[in-house]
Write a protein that binds this ligand. Structure first.
Ligand SMILES: [Zn+2]
Ligand SMILES: [Zn+2]
Length: 515
């Protein structure tokens, strides 16, 4: 029997999921599945990586999210309503659904953030098109109503959601977690509601890690997340239950009393056909005075540049400019140069310090002439082909440094010129590196600080744990002889590389222009 996991957390559910994406896709394949969803908590951070990885390995990717829904209004941020939010699973069927998902997730971050990014039902019901909705874990609204014995309320909510998402797009979600008695109560009630209201069921496992043997490492991750240690009682833990990527056989066995809940996973997988279109250049339109073409206008700027840079008498410079312009024209990147020179020249005019240019862009005479860079490529013998190669066309990438304290003015200028929806700011992920992993795991295991510090300092800079075991004799000996160290290092190996937090790009260009 075919089965697809539709409720799956990756490590982008920061410190709440252990699974790194390549391993996740590999494991789904190993288990014989042909589709897999990603539903991180409140974010879509992993969507593109997951999509690419799944496509590469012949797994159909389903992009989704486990969103947080505020009890009442998402803008309600009174301290006394802390922690009042529900979970809900949304899966994109098509491009409309994906766009709606992006809108919901973005608004949750920008307007509904209170401990977590939250939407509310009012917003949700305006963006249901193209989405499939599952009722989520026992933190979902319907399960909570069932658990507080408000069956009338639960029924009303079910009917409201079923109507909002439309026939075939709303599923009552069952999970098999035997050690959680509430789950059984919820399942029984949902099965009854399904029969009474003629609504479909779906089985999921709320996967937070891949194999059941990963559960202790997931527990360490939760300790890191909540600042607790494994020795503390009454802490939040998922230990004792199976939140792995259970096999299709296991899922079929667990839900043999409701086979439709398994069959429907495939129905949903078949209905979800959203695909990213990657690798397509989408530049905003650059308005050119006097109806000139971008190629003409760039040439004009370069001609002026030849004079300002005092190169107009140098045949070598003109020859190179002609060559570079011909490549730029051929590849269609003139508008890109025009956009970049525009905000750089605006910044300079407004007294904002701009870096001289760096990386491969410094090899372009056109960039020098258009005042994008301030480095004469002849002087340093820099090659244009390293920047833009006519043999291997890819979008050029000009890194620009602005004075930190005034960078936001540049962002504002660009947003106003091209529209805020055409400008993106970039974050990166801080991941758990080898030394941090030892220290974090040590703290969670309640090991003495000095001991963990000693072990961490044995790891040479820029080395992974495995490299350290392979190369550093002393570390290997410790690993093999000291059971306490072995436990520490084994967990650290499992956590290494997991995303820990988001961070803004350090002192670099924060801008990405999008069509
Ligand atoms: Zn949940
Ligand atoms: Zn979940």
């Amino acid at each position: 029997m075919k089965f697809t996991h539709l409720h799956v957390h990756s490590h982008y559910s920061l410190l709440d999921g252990l699974s790194q994406i390549p391993q996740m896709v590999d494991y789904a394949k190993e288990l014989g599945m042909d589709s897999l969803a990603i539903t991180d908590h409140g974010v879509l951070y992993g969507a593109v990586e997951f999509f690419k990885e799944a496509k590469k390995k012949g797994i159909k990717p389903i992009i989704g999210c486990e969103v947080y829904v505020a009890y009442e209004k998402m803008t309600d941020m009174r301290p006394n309503v802390d922690n009042v939010r529900y979970h809900l699973i949304l899966l994109a069927k098509d491009v409309t659904g994906y766009k709606n998902l992006v809108k919901l997730v973005s608004k949750a971050q920008l307007e509904g953030y209170y401990y977590k990014p939250r939407i509310d039902e009012e917003l949700l019901f305006q963006h249901t098109e193209g989405l499939i909705c599952l009722t989520a874990c026992i933190q979902g609204k319907i399960p909570r109503q069932i658990l507080s014995n408000d069956l009338k309320g639960a029924k009303e909510t079910i009917q409201k959601y079923a109507q909002a998402f439309g026939p075939g797009n709303f599923y009552l979600e069952l999970q098999h977690h035997e050690s959680i008695p509430d789950q059984k109560i919820v399942n029984d009630a949902l099965i009854k509601f399904g029969q009474e209201l003629n609504l479909p069921l779906v089985a999921t496992n709320d996967s937070h890690y891949l194999k059941i043997t990963d559960a202790p490492a997931q527990d360490i991750l939760m300790c890191i997340n909540t600042g607790t240690t494994v020795n503390q009682e009454d802490r939040l833990t998922m230990l004792g239950e199976d939140f792995s990527l259970r096999s299709p056989e296991q899922m079929a066995e667990l839900f043999k009393h409701v086979p439709e809940a398994i069959e429907n996973t495939q129905k949903i997988a078949d209905a979800c056909n959203f695909e990213f279109i990657l690798g397509e250049t989408k530049l905003p339109k650059f308005e050119i005075p006097g109806g000139k073409t971008p190629n003409d206008y760039l040439r004009e700027l370069c001609e002026e540049g030849l004079i300002t840079r005092q190169m107009d008498k140098d045949p070598k410079a003109r020859e190179r400019m002609e060559y570079e312009l011909s490549v730029i024209n051929k590849t269609g990147f003139s508008p890109y140069f025009l956009i970049v020179q525009d905000f750089i020249n605006w910044s300079k005019k407004n007294g904002i310090v701009v870096g001289p240019g760096r990386g491969s862009a410094a090899g372009s005479l056109v960039a020098y002439l258009a005042n994008i860079t301030n480095i004469d490529p002849f002087k340093f013998n820099l090659l244009f082909e390293r920047f833009l190669n006519p043999e291997r066309i890819s979008m050029p990438d000009i890194d620009v440094d602005f004075a930190d304290i005034r960078r936001d003015e540049v962002v504002k200028y660009v947003s106003e010129k091209y529209g805020a929806d055409h400008v993106a700011q970039i974050i990166t992920f801080g991941t758990i590196a080898a030394r941090v992993s030892i220290r974090d795991v040590g703290r969670a295991l309640d090991y003495p600080y000095s001991y963990c510090d000693k072990v961490a300092k044995m790891i040479p800079p820029m080395h992974t744990l495995q490299e350290t075991i392979d190369k550093v004799q002393e570390f290997k000996a410790l690993y093999e002889s000291d059971p306490q160290a072995q436990k520490l290092i084994d967990f650290a190996l499992q956590l290494e590389g997991v995303a820990r937090h988001t961070q803004p790009m350090p002192a670099e260009s924060l801008l990405q222009l999008i069509h």
